[in-house]
Design a binder for this molecule. Structure first.
Ligand code: CP3
Length: 353
C-alpha cells in the first residue's frame, strides 16, 4: 500500500492543486531566481566557494541556498538551486563562470567537436544535483512543492555554440541555418540529456518540472518549429510517459504571437509568460484548461511600493477564473530590495475577497 498520509500531504500543496486545475483559495506563488544575489545570506554562502558551479555541485550548500528564500518568505514552491548549464557541463562541454562575466563555454561548432560529447557520464556528473533534491524533499515544509528544472535544447544549444551569453545568439542561429543536420544532432543530444536528467530529478524528489527556453524569442517561425517546438514536445511526451502525474511548466520566453501555437503543440501542463505578454491577451489566446504562470516585471519588484501592488491587482483581475500561478516574467534582479520581496509575498499570501 502507498503511504496514504504522504499522498494526502502531496495532494494538498497549493501549487500542485493549481497545476491539476483544481480549486485553490488563492493563487500559488514562487519567483524565478528566488535564490540568489539579492539575498545577503546567499552572498555569504557564495563567498565560501571558489566559483558558482562548485555551489551547484555541493549538496550541503545547494540545499541551504534553496531553502533561504523559503525561510524568509514561505513561497509555495522551492526551485532546486542549480543552473541550466550543468547539462552541457555533464556531456563534456567545458563550462566556467567567471566573476562578473557570466558563463564561458568551449564553443561547439563542428562535427569533430560534437563527436567528443556524450551521455555516458551524465548521471555520474549530476549525482550531486540528485542528492540535493532528495534532501530538499525531506527538509521542505509539508506545504512547499519542489520544482526541478532544465534548460530547453535550443537555449542550451545557443550557449554551447556561442561559447557564452550573447545579445542575439547570431553564431548559433547561423550554424542552425548553414548546417541544419549538424545542428539537429546537437539538439537531439541535448534533448536526450534533458529527458534523462529530468527523469532522475523526479526519481530524486522533484514534484514539478520547469523547462527554461529563455532564448526561444531569438528564432523566426520555421526555426522555432524545428529547434523549440518539436524537441520540447518530444521531451514533454517522454516525461509524461514515464511520470504521468508530474506536471511540466514550459517557459518559452519572447515568442510573442507564436505563444498560442507553441502552447498547443508542446502540451505542457502550464506555460510561463514573459514580461512582454499582456496577461489579458494570454487569457484570450491560450486554451482555458492550460495553467498560466507569470508575469510581473522584475523591474516592478525593484521599484516596489504601491505601484507594484497595483500591477499585482491587475494580474489578479486578468486571471480571475483561470488556473494561474503568480511569478515574475523573468528572474529576480540582483538590485532587488529583500524588503520589497517581503511586501509582495505578504500581499500574495492574503486571500483576496
Ligand atoms: O531560480 C532559482 O532560484 C534557481 C536557480 C537558477 C539559477 N539559474 C541560479 C543562478 C536557475 C533556475 C537558473 C536558470 C538559468 N541559468 C537560465 C534560465 C533562466 C533565465 O534567467 O533566463 C539561464 C539562461 C542561465 C544561465 C546563467 N546562469 C547565466 C547567463 C548566468 C550569469 C548571469 C548572472 O545572473 O550572473 C548564470 C549565473 C547564475 N545562475 C547565478 C545564479 C544565482 C549567479 C551566479 C553567482 O552567484 O555568481
Amino acid at each position: 500500500m502507498e503511504n496514504s498520509r504522504s499522498a494526502v500531504a502531496t495532494d494538498d500543496k497549493l501549487l500542485l492543486r493549481a497545476l491539476q486545475g483544481r480549486s485553490v483559495e488563492r493563487a500559488p506563488f514562487w519567483l524565478m531566481r528566488q535564490a540568489g544575489r539579492y539575498l545577503p545570506e546567499y552572498r555569504a554562502i557564495r563567498k565560501e566557494v571558489p566559483d558558482f558551479l562548485s555551489l551547484c555541485y555541493n549538496p550541503d550548500l545547494a540545499v541551504e541556498v534553496t531553502l533561504q528564500p523559503i525561510r524568509r518568505y514561505g513561497m509555495d514552491a522551492a526551485i532546486l538551486f542549480s543552473d541550466i548549464l550543468v547539462v552541457p557541463d555533464a556531456i563534456g562541454v567545458k563550462v566556467a563562470f567567471q566573476q562578473g562575466e557570466g558563463p564561458v563555454l568551449e564553443p561547439i561548432r563542428t562535427a569533430q567537436a560534437l563527436d567528443q560529447l556524450s551521455l555516458e557520464r551524465l548521471h555520474d556528473h549530476l549525482s550531486p544535483v540528485y542528492a540535493t533534491l532528495t534532501r530538499l524533499r525531506a527538509e521542505l515544509p509539508a506545504q512547499t512543492a519542489l520544482i526541478g528544472f532544465a534548460g530547453a535544447p535550443w537555449t542550451l544549444a545557443a550557449y554551447v555554440v556561442e561559447g557564452g551569453g550573447s545579445k542575439d545568439f547570431a553564431a548559433a542561429r547561423t550554424l542552425a541555418r548553414r548546417e541544419p543536420e549538424l545542428f539537429a544532432r546537437l539538439i537531439d543530444l541535448l534533448a536526450d540529456a534533458v529527458v534523462a536528467f529530468l527523469d532522475r530529478q523526479v526519481q530524486a524528489g522533484a514534484e514539478v518540472l520547469q523547462l527554461f527556453d529563455s532564448w526561444a524569442g531569438a528564432l523566426p517561425e520555421d526555426q522555432l518549429e524545428l529547434w523549440c517546438v518539436r524537441p520540447v514536445r518530444r521531451i514533454i511526451a517522454e516525461l509524461r510517459a514515464r511520470h504521468p502525474a508530474v506536471p511540466v511548466i514550459h517557459f518559452p520566453r519572447g515568442v510573442g504571437l507564436s505563444l498560442g501555437h507553441v502552447a498547443r503543440q508542446v502540451e505542457a501542463r502550464a506555460i510561463g509568460l514573459d514580461t512582454a505578454v499582456p496577461m489579458g491577451e494570454a487569457v484570450r489566446l491560450l486554451p482555458p484548461s492550460l495553467c498560466l504562470q507569470g508575469n510581473l516585471d522584475p523591474v516592478d519588484l525593484v521599484a516596489g511600493g504601491a505601484p507594484m501592488l497595483e500591477r499585482l491587482e491587475r494580474l489578479r483581475a486578468a486571471t480571475r477564473g483561470r488556473p494561474w500561478i503568480f511569478n515574475l516574467g523573468h528572474g529576480v534582479l540582483q538590485q532587488t530590495d529583500p524588503g520589497e520581496v517581503q511586501r509582495l509575498c505578504d500581499e500574495l499570501r492574503r486571500v483576496p475577497a
